[in-house]
Write a protein that binds this ligand. Sequence first.
Ligand code: HEM
Ligand SMILES: *[C@@H]1O[C@H](CO)[C@@H](O)[C@H](O)[C@H]1NC(C)=O
Length: 437
Amino acid sequence: MKLLLLLLSASVISVTEVFAFPSIALEAAAKQAQAHTEKKRCPFASKQETKRATPGFDPEAQLIDVSGDHAFVPPNFDAGDLRGPCPGLNALANHNYLPHNGWGTLTDFVTATNEVFGMGIDLATFLSTYGTVMDGNPLALPPGWSIGGVPTNIGILGSLTGLLGTPEGISNSHNKYETDTSPTRGDLYQYGNDYLVQVPQFEALFDLQPDPATANYDLDVLLQHRKNRFQQSINENPYFFNAPFSGLIVAQAAYTFIYRFMGNKSAEYPEGVLNQEVLKSFFSITGEPGNFQYTPGNERIPENWYKRAIGDEYTIAYFVSDAVSYQLAYPPLLSVGGNTGTTNSFTGVDLEDLTAGVYNAQTLAQGDNFACFAFQIAQQVTPDILKGLFSDITDPLNLINQQFNDVLADFTCPQLESVDMSQFNQFPGYTKSGGAV
Ligand code: HEM
Ligand SMILES: *[C@@H]1O[C@H](CO)[C@@H](O)[C@H](O)[C@H]1NC(C)=O
C-alpha cells in the first residue's frame, strides 16, 4: 500500500508511467503478501514436497483472529455493501480482512486470501488480476473490483475514464468468471441469479456426511458432490455450458477450495477436518437439516479456526494436481460443451475442430494439458472481451497477459495457434452470455 500511495503522490505522472502503473501495483501487491508469508514462515521448514506430505501445525501462526477489528459484522446491503458468489471473499469482507463494503484493491485481495486462507501468492495474484481486468477497474489508482455486483456507491469505483461501462463485479460475470454447476450457488439461467446459495444444493452436500461426530467434507466427498451437481446441471439446466476456462478451472476450484481452505487444521489433522458446523458457518447456513436457513452474505469464519500451515500454501500447481485427480476419477468433467437448449442434451465439442488439431480428448486428459488448454483459450478470447470493456485495451491486456504468461510458463504446453469459437454457437448457455468461456 505504501508504494501505491507513494506513486499516487508523485503528482506528475507521464503517459508511459500511467500505462506501466498496473503492473507496478501488481508487483507491489505480490511482494507485500510474499514478505508477509516469509515473515511468518517456520525457519526449519523444508522443501515443498516434504511439506505437502506433512504440512505441520503451528497453532499460533495458524489461528485466525475473529475478535476486535476482525469480529464478524454482517453486510449492510442498504448502505451499499457488496457480497456475491464467493463464500471465501464474503467471509473476508465480513471480518474486515477485505474492505467491508466489498470493493477491494489488488493488494487487498492478494494479502487477505494469503493471510487468512493460505492461498498461494501465484494463485491469489492470478485470480485477483483476472477479477480486476474482467469485472473491475484496472485503470483506477489503485486497481480494484467488487466481490458482488455493480456498486451503488459509485465513489468507490475510482475514475471511469477509459472504461466503456460500469465494472460489473463477479456476480455479473457469468462464463467469464462465475460458472455453472457450482457447489451451492445455482446455475444462472436456471435460477435467474448465480450468487445465492440454493439450499437444496447445500443440503445435498451436507447430507453426504450425515453423522455430526465423524463428518468431514474432504476431497472425496466433494468429488461425489461435483459428480452429482454436474449430472444435475445436465438434467435440469437447458443452458448448461461446461466452458473451457470457467468450467474446467473455476468450477473445479469452487470444489477443492471448500476442503483445502475451509477445513480446520490441527496437530492431529494438519490437512484439516471440515465438519458440519464449520461448513455451515462458511456458507451462511443456520438451523438443522430439513430446516436450514440461509442468510445471504453472512458467511462467517468460526471461532478457534486454524488456516493452512505456513509454507503449505495452496498454489496453482497444487490446485492443478487436485483437478487432475478429479478428472481421472470422473472423465466427463473434461467434456467441454453443454446442453443445446433442452435438458439432457449435453453435447461435447470436438476438441480437434476447436483447436485446429492441437488437442483431442486423449491428450487433454494427459497430465497438465487441461490447464494449458484452459488458460490458452482464456488468453485467446481475452482481447475480444476487453474490447467490450475499454476504449483502449492495451494496458488491461498487458496486465492480464503477464499473468497468463506466468501461469503457462509453469507447464509444458503444446502451441495453440487458433481457436474456432464458432464450435460453441450451438450452446445457448454460451451465446446468451456474450462469448466468454
Ligand atoms: C482473489 C481470490 C478469489 C477470487 C477472485 C474468487 C472468485 C470466485 C468466483 C468468481 C466464484 C464463483 C464461481 C462459481 O460460479 O462457482 C467463486 C466461488 C467460490 N469461491 Fe472464491 N474466489 C477467491 C478466493 C476464494 C477463497 C480464499 C476461498 C476460500 C474458502 C474461496 C472459495 C470459494 C468457493 C467454495 C466457491 C464456490 C461457491 C459455491 O457455489 O458454493 N474463494 N470464487
Ligand atoms: C479446530 O480444531 C481444534 C483442534 O481439534 C479445535 O480445538 C477447534 O475447536 C476446531 N475449530 C473449529 C472451528 O471447529
